[in-house]
Design a protein around this ligand. Structure first.
Ligand SMILES: [Zn+2]
Ligand SMILES: [Zn+2]
Length: 176
């Protein structure tokens, strides 16, 4: 996800629309493969800064915090950010380094604004840190260990088995 800036710079203040629909690749090391991100942004260049405004719709593979099953976690967020233009060229800097600089310093160096790292950080911030596969996920029983979304709790049966054994034990004892 990147914006080539010279066209915007030549028309200061004019708002350009961009849409991205991408896979979350190796670059997004914190995400499992198979996730996607949709980005719809409006970008303008003032000469001193690049203003970016828009929304993110991401689908990230996550693990349910209750039942521990993997599921696709939808993350939606919107943002407005201005990136200060650093004079001079990007030189030998790699796109990955420039993307990290842009995310951490909110600056842009050279002709291209690399947004990958910035967007990655926004998704992580917007993510629910105790995600649920569904709002009413029943989770795992601490007694029988069954996933209660898929099986009935086995604790009752288990208890009654023990009870029968205890009863037999009592019978034996009283028989003596
Ligand atoms: Zn769950
Ligand atoms: Zn149980």
């Amino acid at each position: 996800m990147y914006i080539y800036l010279p066209d915007l710079k030549n028309r200061p203040g004019v708002v350009f629309d961009y849409d991205f629909d991408e896979e979350l690749t190796d670059f997004h090391a914190d995400f499992s493969e198979g996730g996607t991100v949709k980005l719809a942004i409006k970008v303008s260049h003032s000469g001193q800064e690049v203003l970016v405004k828009g929304s993110i719709e991401a689908s990230v593979e996550a693990v349910c915090s209750r039942c521990l099953e993997p599921f696709v976690h939808k993350v939606n967020t919107s943002f407005t950010e201005s990136f200060a233009v650093v004079k001079g060229s990007a030189g030998e800097e790699s796109p990955a380094n420039l993307a990290v600089e842009t995310a951490n310093m909110l600056t842009v160096t050279g002709d291209i604004l690399y947004l990958d790292e910035y967007i990655r950080q926004l998704i992580i911030l917007a993510e629910d840190h105790s995600p649920l596969c569904r709002p009413d996920c029943k989770g795992i029983c601490s007694g029988c260990g069954f996933d209660l979304n898929q099986h009935a709790c086995q604790c009752v049966d288990h208890d009654s088995e023990i009870d029968i054994r205890l009863l037999k034990l009592k019978e034996l004892k009283s028989g003596n």
